[in-house]
Design a binder for this molecule. Sequence first.
Ligand code: FAD
Length: 438
Amino acid sequence: MAEKKTWGIVGGGVLGMTLALRLVQAGHKVTIYEAAEKVGGLTSSWKMDGIVWDKYYHVILMSDLNTRKILQEIGLKNDMQWVETKTGFYSGGKLYSMSNLIEFFKFPPINLIDKFRLGLTIFVASKIKNWQRLENIYVAEWLTKWSGKRVFEKIWLPLLKAKLGENYKNTSAAFIWTTIQRMYAARKSGLKKEMFGYMAGGYEKINQQFEQHLLVLGVTIHRNTKVTAIKKTADEKIELGSEKGTQIFDTVISTLSSQASVAIAGELTAQEKQKHNAIKYLGVICPSVLLKKAISPYYVTNITDGWPPFTGVIEMTALIDKKEVNGKHLVYLPKYVNPDDGLFDKDDAGLRKMFCDALFKMYPQITEEDIVFWGASKARVVFALPTINYSKSIPGIDTSIPNYYIVNSAQIINGTLNVNDTIQVAENKLKEILQTNG
Ligand SMILES: Cc1cc2nc3c(=O)[nH]c(=O)nc-3n(C[C@H](O)[C@H](O)[C@H](O)COP(=O)(O)OP(=O)(O)OC[C@H]3O[C@@H](n4cnc5c(N)ncnc54)[C@H](O)[C@@H]3O)c2cc1C
């Protein structure tokens, strides 16, 4: 076993907790600093009308082997629930089911030839292994090449705009590849069945159990403790400054966004700060609406009409047992936006009117009367955009401050932002660090 060293981890989200788990298992002494009152970061939960559930919608796929391994290790494997779900499409003011091949061929907005090209595009993307070559092609160019101009404009463009806004113009084709790969993996065989999973009790249960597991293994966790400064000491250790004082570590790993990781480390060179700050992130506004009635049978409804203010509709209770949310119906209305988007400053009443009016228009059976709870979760910095040649342009994990590393979800280069790929980054990057710094 490696010599016992002291490690500070900045951020108690999935990434930070995974690093802590693997380090403590390797015999190291680990301390996590988490700014919020609970661990879990983007996976953490809040209270809606007395119900505790995830602030942002989360699903676990059967192919999420890293996530499932952690769940097994922390003793939650048997609490996973697997459900066959359906997907909807809202197009031309109508809602369509798009959950199997027959429904795909009945989908009216595009003709048969276009459907064939759309299907071919998805199939081709699912078969590509060498994703690197997609990194230097714009996503719009690649999709137009395979699907044709009509399908691109009718289907792909609205979907890209909904997810990326005008940023789609700078996004590489690796984005659509990773999205299709993940969705394909969720289906047992081709377009036939979509099996999604969730944890009974939601991520609240996972986070509590993960934290408990780490505490039992000897990890120290400081919650409500924001890290404010990282400095090198004369003997190449790291002084970590937080709201609660300073502590010296052999090594510190920041799991914060690239911008936040350099902001706390003033001694980094101007060049490396510039490189980290150049990573472009998207944020999310994600209202949760608790309703008296169901709105559809679909877990995800993709939207190809341009007018709704949200990217898609996630009907969580089409996946989870309604008992989880006291028999109510939970719907998320996510909108992905730039970190400086004006929506972040819109007052709650204005946001509610904007989002709910669109919801009522899409689902006329729902009125204000049906709303039991409304609340909007917001995060300005959520995922790094896979821009052209992304994997070659992102900075490495080591920095000019010896023993200070930056390991964050921006290092997911051939995946989408999800817990499984986040765990993968934590495990792979930690192996690299331990090879030179074990
Ligand atoms: C809308 C939405 C939907 C999603 N859906 C899914 C899904 O269906 N399936 C899936 O697998 N994944 C999903 N994800 C992705 C998943 O939530 C992330 O991959 C994962 O939570 C990222 O974890 P992280 O530790 O990298 O980052 P974070 O969760 O952001 O953790 C960073 C932590 O650092 C803390 N922190 C910040 N500043 C400081 C500081 N100065 N000092 C100390 N601590 C600090 C924060 O409070 C936070 O806890 C979704 C995400 C969003 C936003």
